[in-house]
Ligand binder design. Structure first.
Ligand SMILES: [Zn+2]
Length: 241
């Protein structure tokens, strides 16, 4: 318990801190959205807040704009007229992928307005039936060995899985602990109540273990500051040989 004078001091510090946060919620620097073309102030998102994260026009976040940069430089060779299956489809990326695909389906384990109800750990689809699978911020919720094996099975030879997840690149090894199961403990250890691991520098090896050839995509400047992209954002491109 803090003494009264210390409580007053702490309250004052909190008020000052909250004021600084409040002043930045509707934008710190003007940015450009590479998805919808908006230029101007972005909004904060997330807890703790990430400033200049959300485009106010198309509602894209940093990672959506990051993947859109990869899409725009690879769409002709890898995405156009392909069969694209998109798990936990983010509305803004759904728009982009579905416009490029010959056949497109969104999929979700609960349905939730998706085209298909599918479990990533046991995908109810025939072998080699899709050319591209997109699964952003899904693997950290599931048994990724099962999920990666299933994606590998469902992809056609030469097919591509586009994957992203939170990563702590300075963790040598992915952090998992099956004893951590309560919501509070998962939030504390893995960063969110329904995450089951925190990926580290071995993330590409875990993907490769399912039989994929793995490469990564990330951008530096001027894209990071111009489009409001988080440093260390990385997309994994997993090719079925
Ligand atoms: Zn936008």
């Amino acid at each position: 318990m803090l003494r009264p004078w210390a409580q007053i001091k702490a309250a004052g510090q909190n008020v000052n801190y909250a004021r600084k946060v409040w002043q930045r919620l509707n934008g710190v620097y003007p940015r450009e959205c590479n998805i919808c073309g908006y230029a101007g102030m972005f909004r904060a998102a997330g807890l703790p807040p990430r400033f200049d994260a959300r485009c106010p026009r198309c509602l894209s976040l940093e990672r959506h704009r990051h993947q859109a940069l990869w899409i725009s430089s690879n769409e002709h060779a890898l995405l156009r007229n392909k069969r694209i299956l998109h798990f936990a489809a983010e509305p803004i990326l759904r728009k982009i992928y579905s416009a490029l695909a010959a056949r497109y389906a969104s999929a979700d384990i609960r349905g939730d307005g998706a085209d298909m109800t599918l479990n990533l750990e046991q995908i109810d689809q025939p072998n080699a039936s899709w050319d591209v699978i997109v699964a952003n911020h899904v693997l950290e919720h599931v048994d990724d060995r099962k999920a990666l094996a299933e994606m590998h099975r469902v992809l056609a030879p030469g097919g591509l899985a586009i994957l992203s997840f939170p990563i702590a690149p300075l963790y040598e090894k992915t952090y998992e602990n099956p004893a951590i199961i309560s919501k509070a403990d998962r939030d504390l250890h893995f960063g969110q109540w329904d995450h089951v691991r925190y990926y580290g520098a071995d993330a590409a090896d875990r993907i490769a273990a399912a039989g994929f050839e793995v490469s990564t995509f990330s951008v530096g400047e001027p894209y990071v500051h111009r489009h409001g992209i988080t440093r260390n954002t990385r997309d994994f491109l997993a090719r079925k040989l």
